[in-house]
Design a protein around this ligand. Structure first.
Ligand SMILES: [Zn+2]
Length: 143
């Protein structure tokens, strides 16, 4: 099932951890609708960076989120966030491109310089930019 032209439900729900633990990571109707909206933003990011996005984590059902000890969890649990990387660009470059664009998002986080966390909201989007590092935790901006 396609959520948008370039993103499938499979890649937004695939989880080796869930499969290993026998957890069914299928979203309900609300999370599915959120994922479809999230994928509209991911399509825009794909156009912005001019390359495919490699999704490492999208939807996480509550059991999966608990299993992996997800902290920045609520957005993933509701289908409002995805973690991804882009071949040929560093996560830092990708975050900077998103910040410099006029894309509407709720939160973008450069996580451990290894991937990008991008979230939408059903509230007024905050356009919040954070960097997460071991030791320091969350810091404002791209640092
Ligand atoms: Zn995330």
């Amino acid at each position: 099932m396609n959520l948008s032209p370039h993103f499938t439900l499979q890649e937004l729900t695939d989880s080796p951890s869930a499969a290993k633990a026998g957890i069914d990571n299928t979203p309900g109707p609300d999370a599915l609708a959120n994922l479809q909206r999230l994928c509209q933003l991911l399509e825009s990011v794909r156009s912005l960076v001019g390359a495919p996005l490699i999704i490492s984590s999208g939807y996480r059902c509550p059991a999966l989120n608990q299993l992996i000890g997800g902290v920045e969890s609520s957005a993933h649990v509701r289908g409002l966030a995805a973690d991804f990387s882009v071949p040929g660009l560093s996560p830092r470059q990708v975050v900077q491109l998103i910040v410099d664009s006029d894309l509407v998002f709720d939160q973008v986080i450069l996580e451990f310089d290894r991937w990008v966390h991008l979230a939408i909201s059903d509230q007024r989007p905050r356009r919040q930019v954070l960097t997460l590092r071991k030791g320091t935790g969350y810091m404002a901006g791209v640092v």
